[in-house]
Write a protein that binds this ligand. Sequence first.
Ligand code: AVJ
Length: 311
Amino acid sequence: MNRPMTVNAALVAEALDGLRSDPKVLHPKWFYDSAGSALFERITELPEYYPTRTEVGILRAHVDALARHVPEDAALIELGSGASTKTRILLDALRQIAVYVPVDISRDFLAGVAADLDRHYPDLVVAPVAGDIMQDLPLPEPARRRRKVGFFPGSTIGNLDPAEARALLRRARDWPYVAAFVLGVDLVKDRDTLVRAYDDRQGITAAFNRNMLHRLNREAGADFDVARFDHEARWNDDHARIEMHLVARAPQKVRIGGETVCFAPGESVRTECSHKYTRQTLGDLAGAAGWRVADMPTDEGGLFAVAILVP
Ligand code: AVJ
């Protein structure tokens, strides 16, 4: 007999809230179960998805420009650290970093990353913090009295709406002894390049998007007929963002949390926004949070930028 499923109550509540809103939305944080995280790793290697490889290239080519803004004996605080792959570019080049604070929602994942970093960087103090980067998290003791540099790569700030992005940068600006903030941002460019980056030919991004509905079926007791939802990546010019949608091909009645959610034919649920910036809009965002853009190196193609913000 199948074990009764343990329902993820937070997921049920938040999903119902989003599915009752108009337009229907779901939060992108729910993408990242183990299946979703594995699909995202595959996305980063897709030919159409340029951000990851482009940002790594910029970090490698401009690490000296970064070094000028990292004080001696600094604490590097990374938001949404994940596998800390890009961080190693900084840790290898910037010997002045004495403390590394990876902040991530997954406690288990952090433990693995911290243990691995301890082995590779014996002189580095690694002080992981498990938590939601949208909350005001307490900084660990080894970082408190040190000069701090924030690191938020990947253009993950693009997932936040402007008010949330401003609030996150403002919280970092209020860190005691903050010296700089290194921020990966995807830049506004031609619509086709942007849409292709979120709707690849192999359908990996479509599978990543649909996995959200599989997760709701697995963990929230929903009964989405996932195959009857089409993946769509749309450029929203008014908000300068790519939106990922799952579009109902036919009328759908979905049971979740003891309620019924109805989709009309063609109706979508928006699962993610990825805001894109220009030098001007990034400068406006940084300025509104108390920062100044000291430098903003890009790749030769001008696809992506690493903004170095200073107080
Ligand atoms: C990890 C949030 C930066 O917005 O580009 C990739 C996630 N979504 N392909 C992004 C994502 C579809 C990615 N971030």
